[in-house]
Design a protein. Sequence first.
Lengths: 399, 144
Amino acid sequence: METVKMIYADNAATTKMSRRAIEAMLPYMADNFANPSSLHSAGQRAKDALEASRETIADCIGASPKEIYFTSGGSEADNQALLSAAAIGAKKGKKHIISTAFEHHAVIHTLEKLEKQGFEVELLDVHSHGNISAEQVAAAIREDTCLVSIMYANNEIGSVLPIADIGRVCRERGVIFHTDAVQAAGHLKINVAEEKIDMLSLSAHKFHGPKGIGVLYCRRGIPLTNLIEGGAQERGKRAGTENLPAIAGMAAALSDACDNLEKNAAKVSALRDRLIVGLSKIPHSALNGDPVNRLPGNVSFCFEGIEGESLLLLLDEVGIEASSGSACTSGSLDPSHVLLAIGRPHEVAHGSLRLSLSEENTDEDVDVMLREIPRVIEYLRGMSPLWQDKLVGKKEFVL
Amino acid sequence: MALYSEKVMDHFKNPRNVGVIENADGVGEVGNAKCGDIMRIYLKIDNGIITDVKFETFGCGSAIASSSMATEMIKGKPVSEALKLSNKAVAEALDGLPAYKMHCSVLAEEAIKSAVKDYYDKNGIAYDPCELSCGETCCPHCNG
């Protein structure tokens, strides 16, 4: 069978681990396997490595090492942040939470759980350009607001939110501000102190680190609620023997990403912009998300008259690995809540495509994508009764 | 395990009977854009025999594969036999569909029945409505 060289354009789903991250992990799986809680010297060496990783990560985001808690990933960090802030609020009788309509499910579903416990959740409108303003947050804050949770950058449509402005508003009003920075960490410059962020979630596998490991940054003085009870790891806030190989891999990956942040962002955003310009030429298509404040690697489009899953399967055949917010790819009947939140009608949201790039992508990859994607879309439109009806004027074009 | 069987992928990548029949004897369309799948089937019928069939589909891989397989299964067959084609038979011929994709095979069954109904209506042929309803297997979300 002929093998096609694959172009990986699904880096928002996960990234390939870097050599440096893999090499940073190996010693803690082989010779230095000891438990950081053990008193013997091997254990203490493991403890030193754990704390060195914590320092590296704290440095990368402008935090103090004591504010870094290792978790199993972004979802756990989101859950713990939200439940902790809610518990603090509940003690003071404050049960109003502000978030947005296009958060990750780790946030959305935790908020739904809190609603069932009597919290009032207000989701800010993200408008057609897929962004919000600090003024919207300021206008929504009430006396009984206990938490503002707003993502740093959106995973599907790539919008980067005005986090520093939102942080300032929240600090002035004395409301805890959490941000899900899973898509931003390692790709955008983050400084929790300058941006007045109280809690932040990140996940290693989005920046060439290992899967199953992440961080909850929690500003000193804000008490965390435990999700997992047990030993005294992570200052008693997250039990379980630390996954030292993954933690060391994450620290290496994040420090690498932060050292090369500007260089990578320049390269990746140039590829992104070529794709956006090229795909915009496809008739009845539209870019999703903020066209200006945008993740370096995110390209998200809706194409009228086609369905996303068939597009992905055919792109896979020609060597392009991408993703879609179509219902058929989610296993549910509804397309992505993010695309619906920016006002895309269902029929258009079904025809979405997300290409998420990394610094490993090349100009040649973009050439191939710009050649194949329009061809596949034209083929699918050719057999689409919806498209045919629009062409002859029986149905109206939406885009 | 792959998402789809080899047969589904074959019919998806190389769909049979794609296209339009001008002046078709019966045309049926089911599904809607909101749900993300629309299937349209065209029939050419001579003396009660389906001499040609074409389809157009907006939808996922299994919707396209189900359309392709269903059209192949009724081509050259008497109308009466086409009406007996069940969604399960389409799915089985494709070596199975994932549970949450079974509604694609239901759409194929419904689209054929809808095209035959159109043929009956155009030609003033009396029919038993029960024969043309898809009964309990009807797709629950696409008929809204």
